[in-house]
Ligand binder design. Structure first.
Ligand code: HEC
Ligand code: HEC
Ligand code: HEC
Ligand code: HEC
Length: 416
């Protein structure tokens, strides 16, 4: 269900980094009476499922992340980049083999890559009410949605140490795309789906909202870093403005180049097209400042590309705003009426979002998927309809915004 082209940075709590330096990975989660059970524990007896390891091993692509470094695609990437064996190249291992002790890197992206090095909390964390102490001892608090997004995006967007740049993409690495709720569900979940509680009517809408805001914050922080060191970095720009067939009546020419010179470069705006709708709907007081900040980044990239310092400053400003929004959404209640209004707002603006490019369309689709699943669960008719949208996005070179927008509105109408 997940589109195959994807994106990825991090703003991890200094906490975790500090802890990671002094604590080691154990690889000690899989025992059958811990997380390696073969059946799910009854909910009345246990908060956790008990078969997390089995789910990860059998169904979660993270457990295969090291082995894919031996496939033909990886070999070709490594050959082009002159890296030798990808399974031994730090450039790849930083994301494809993480969270294990050195002798078991073949575990790929293991439990502790997300939950933190367990040396100091492995024993004590089985005690009741130990969560806060474990977190002090290096456990990553995955229930904190901003921390969670930062963790996912450290690999699914990248950061200073974990890099998928245009050079790596041009060598054959998949483009990195991410949406927290959709990817969390696709992983698949090895935990009980969060239940509604007072002040958190639709937990998955909150996951989606925090994910959207955090992703923009981290994308802008990454861009700000590139703008002062390695600029222009093409992976921060909209891909298909460069990678498309030339046609006399192209949709770009039909659409026009509002607010910029024809042919000027466009920053990758996929991470803010949806957030801007979300801000307008759910954080109205912040909406115009966010729009102004975003307009500044896009306009600087289009008109003063060489001025990396100015671009970095504008991007850092948006990152700060987006991070504040993420913090706010992490406490905000989203109910079914709010989720429906969001679907309506995104659908109502489908033409413009589609015109911003394939990646924006992709974010819109994953967002619709997340919102609709939160409102009504996994309805088969809806799943079938949205699968067609994902399929449509698999072919970026034949992408037509008007076609996409029309299909999108039809699917969205099922969720409104
Ligand atoms: C910033 C982290 C990061 C780095 C560094 C990285 N990758 Fe990846 N890689 C990913 C992510 C995330 C995916 C999954 C993309 C998706 O499907 O959304 C992926 C997917 C892949 C795939 C596709 C796997 C499949 O199931 O089809 C291959 C092949 C691959 N990477 C090879 C490499 C190689 C070779 C290197 C080193 C040259 C490398 N990667 C470096 C994060 C990274
Ligand atoms: C790609 C990241 C990732 C990996 C890899 C991962 N987890 Fe998780 N895990 C999560 C997230 C996100 C949650 C949801 C946390 C929440 O809702 O509080 C979670 C939840 C859990 C929970 C429930 C925690 C609770 O307090 O209810 C357990 C137990 C768990 N994981 C164990 C494991 C084990 C064991 C492995 C390895 C076999 C593993 N995880 C691998 C991300 C990951
Ligand atoms: C240490 C790096 C790392 C972290 C942290 C990480 N991932 Fe991944 N993820 C990867 C890599 C590498 C792959 C590609 C694995 C493969 O194709 O075999 C991947 C693949 C995936 C896929 C499969 C995508 C597809 O195209 O099928 C999903 C879904 C996913 N990750 C979700 C998450 C979520 C949700 C989080 C945070 C809770 C997360 N990941 C955290 C590195 C990471
Ligand atoms: C500013 C223009 C520009 C942008 C933006 C850009 N690229 Fe490229 N890309 C290039 C150029 C130039 C090449 C090298 C083509 C050659 O050498 O033949 C290239 C090569 C590639 C290649 C390998 C060759 C091919 O065409 O198959 C891939 C894949 C690729 N880019 C993907 C992407 C993705 C994904 C993005 C967005 C994340 C992106 N590019 C953004 C200009 C761009």
């Amino acid at each position: 269900m997940i589109p195959s082209r994807k994106f990825a940075f991090i703003l991890i709590s200094g906490f975790w980094i500090a802890a990671a330096q002094t604590s080691h990975y154990t690889g000690g989660c899989a025992s059958s009476n811990c997380h390696g059970g073969t059946s799910v524990l009854a909910e009345k007896d246990s908060r956790i499922l008990g078969n997390e390891y089995s789910i990860w091993f059998a169904r979660d692509k993270h457990s295969k992340a090291y082995s894919v470094l031996d496939n033909d695609r990886s070999k070709r990437i490594a050959e082009i980049l002159n890296l030798g064996n990808a399974q031994k190249a730090q450039k790849c291992l930083v994301c494809h083999a993480a969270g294990s002790p050195p002798n078991s890197i073949s575990d790929g992206v293991a439990c502790e890559a997300c939950h933190g090095p367990a040396e100091k909390w492995l024993g004590p964390h089985t005690q009741p009410n130990s969560h806060a102490t474990s977190v002090q001892n290096g456990m990553v608090d995955q229930s904190n949605l901003r921390t969670r997004t930062a963790n996912c995006l450290s690999c699914h967007l990248g950061n200073k140490e974990r890099v998928v740049d245009h050079e790596m993409i041009a060598a054959g690495h998949p483009d990195l795309v991410f949406e927290l709720d959709t990817f969390g569900a696709a992983q698949p979940m090895h935990y009980r789906e969060p239940k509604p509680s007072p002040g958190n009517s639709l937990p998955r809408v909150r996951v989606w909202a925090v994910g959207q805001a955090s992703a923009l914050a981290q994308g802008m922080t990454l861009l700000a870093g590139h703008a002062t060191s390695n600029w222009p970095e093409f992976s921060d720009l909209e891909c298909y403005q460069c990678h498309h067939d030339l046609r006399a009546a192209s949709w770009r020419i039909q659409r026009g180049y509002a607010g910029r010179k024809p042919g000027s470069l466009q920053v990758n705006i996929a991470r803010f097209e949806i957030l801007r709708k979300l801000a307008a709907q759910s954080a109205g007081d912040r909406s115009s400042a966010l729009d102004a900040g975003l307009a500044q980044v896009t306009s600087l990239v289009a008109t003063r590309l060489a001025d990396g310092a100015a671009i970095a400053q504008a991007a850092a400003n948006v990152a700060k705003q987006a991070d504040d929004l993420a913090e706010r959404f992490a406490r905000q209640d989203f109910d079914a009426a709010a989720a429906r209004a969001l679907v309506k707002a995104i659908s109502g603006d489908a033409a413009r979002i589609a015109g911003a490019g394939v990646h924006s369309a992709e974010q819109a689709t994953m967002s619709l998927d997340a919102l609709a699943s939160a409102i009504a669960g996994n309805r088969p008719d809806f799943q079938k309809a949205i699968a067609k949208l994902y399929d449509y996005l698999e072919h970026p070179s034949t992408y037509q915004p008007a076609e996409f927008a029309a299909q999108f509105r039809q699917v969205a109408a099922m969720a409104e």
